[in-house]
Design a protein around this ligand. Sequence first.
Ligand SMILES: *[C@@H]1O[C@H](CO)[C@@H](O)[C@H](O)[C@H]1NC(C)=O
Ligand SMILES: *[C@@H]1O[C@H](CO)[C@@H](O)[C@H](O)[C@H]1NC(C)=O
Ligand SMILES: *[C@@H]1O[C@H](CO)[C@@H](O)[C@H](O)[C@H]1NC(C)=O
Ligand SMILES: *[C@@H]1O[C@H](CO)[C@@H](O)[C@H](O)[C@H]1NC(C)=O
Length: 334
Amino acid sequence: MPRSFSKALRPKIAIVILFIIVESLLILTDKPTAVYFPGHYSGQADVTAVNWSRFAYTQYVTNTAYLCNSVMLFETLHRLNSKPDRVMMYPSEFSLDENSAEPESRLLRKARDEYNVKLVPIKVRSRPNGDDTWAESFTKLLAFNQTQYHRVLSLDSDSTILQSLDELFFMPPCPLGLPRAYWLDPDERVQSSQLLLIRPSHFEFGRITTAINNASRTEYDMEIVNTLYKDSALIIPHRPWTILTGEFRGEIHTKYLGNDQEVWNPDEVLGEAKFLHFSDWPVPKPWIKAPQEIIEQEQPRCRFNATSGHKDDCRDRDYWLGFYADFAKRRAAE
Ligand SMILES: *[C@@H]1O[C@H](CO)[C@@H](O)[C@H](O)[C@H]1NC(C)=O
Ligand SMILES: *[C@@H]1O[C@H](CO)[C@@H](O)[C@H](O)[C@H]1NC(C)=O
Ligand SMILES: *[C@@H]1O[C@H](CO)[C@@H](O)[C@H](O)[C@H]1NC(C)=O
Ligand SMILES: *[C@@H]1O[C@H](CO)[C@@H](O)[C@H](O)[C@H]1NC(C)=O
């Protein structure tokens, strides 16, 4: 009886052993591979294995001043050896003709030839009678239509990139990632459109198009984004990714620092910050020359220095003046 029982068991044991052998072989031959989700990579993947052509920095350009700013941003990305593609949407009226001496034409060709920028002509959208500051501001939402990419990063061009932002492309998958407008009341949870990490999709582009068509005259891209994504966007921590130049003029830095225990240290803050957005009202944007009295009135004050006993800590002021000087210098070079 025991003998015939074990005989009946033999084929089953053979199957189990065969299974173990096959599994072991599979495990041995299985090379460690990165786990890819659409649009990002996870785990211990080798960064050199990332297909960077799935990602792009995008700029929307509506006029000559902003064209120059965008070219400056691309120059910085080029200098920082940033990996993703670079895409610039520009008004289709601007000519790319090699013989054209127009400044727009020269800048576009420079972006294409020196900074590897892919140029996409678009029809600039604007609202009739829109005021100047915000006219055509919906155009940046056209980045949702760049569906040849898995992820794009749209940056406001009245800014300076201080450090590469390439790692943002590896954030968890989401239709939209963006920072909070940290300088506003935190309870309002207002999101800022200065930096938009977008997963292009026809579905989301359709929702945005519907929202734009239904927007009232006082609603712009920031309102659209806040209406559609307030409760679902991935929040990119403003610190260290974004900071306003105006932060260096303030006395109280609790909102930027995110706590009331840390002491403001401009050296450290500037060492960590990656994207600096010019916002210093009433000081004009950095490509417009500000009257000297406005600068003197608005520039950061020197702070009390406990070591010397004098108000001779002028780091905030020197950095702040440096932001404008650096911008002016790079702009003159384009
Ligand atoms: C990288 O991605 C691009 C765009 O999605 C694709 O066309 C290309 O084939 C990919 N290259 C590799 C090596 O997978
Ligand atoms: C969106 O992209 C498609 C091509 O993928 C293009 O045909 C269409 O005109 C674009 N929509 C807008 C509003 O630019
Ligand atoms: C259009 O806007 C109005 C008023 O802001 C709002 O009540 C309505 O729900 C919106 N419709 C759509 C389709 O978003
Ligand atoms: C504070 O004062 C000391 C002594 O004069 C000086 O060495 C130091 O550089 C000052 N610190 C700053 C931040 O200006």
